[in-house]
Ligand binder design. Sequence first.
Ligand SMILES: O=C([C@H](O)CO)[C@H](O)[C@H](O)COP(=O)(O)O
Length: 210
Amino acid sequence: MELQLALDLVDIPGAKEIVNEVVEYIDIVEIGTPIVINEGLRAVKELKEAFPSLRVLADLKIMDAGGYEVMKASEAGASIITVLGVSDDSTIQGAVEEAKKQKTKVMVDMINVKNIEERAREIDKMGVDYICVHSGYDHQAAGISSFDDLLTIKRVVKRAKTAIAGGIKLSTLPQVIAAGPDLVIVGGGITSQEDKRAVASEMKQLVSQA
Ligand SMILES: O=C([C@H](O)CO)[C@H](O)[C@H](O)COP(=O)(O)O
């Protein structure tokens, strides 16, 4: 099981500062959608240059033009790029084809997918690398968690790796780990803590034991 740090509400210097604190405890650093909106793919490029040993995930949440957008993010240095599960099949297939050419990976974010079980089965057959259940900020504000969705995809996904994101904290991590995802994605659970290094270290220890 691996740990991904999601960076959302910072600029490029702020992102580098946080990664510096926790670099030895994370496997993947995510350049979150808000950073891409504010800073563009330059953020992916700069973080990859600053931390070459880390894989960088570009959280583009692609909804159209999957091939083109995966190409641009891959050229910027991303190892993994997100595409939305609610997109048309052709968008996901285009993303997968291009990622194969670029030797990068596609993560499908299942945020707002209503028929998780059926859609996860379909997407799994498209050859994506990760399927991620996700309770986004707006769902978190409404008290919605994606834990039940994780149990669903663990049951039906046969090929892709499984991931979970959205509001995971040190206190909720053991329950998440028990469900056995391949990747746990944590943003505020690390970035909003005073001692980020200590929390990331504890999280990495828990995730590595699983
Ligand atoms: O993808 C995310 C969200 O949609 C904002 O872009 C976050 O990176 C993801 O939810 C993880 O962050 P936390 O919920 O703070 O753990």
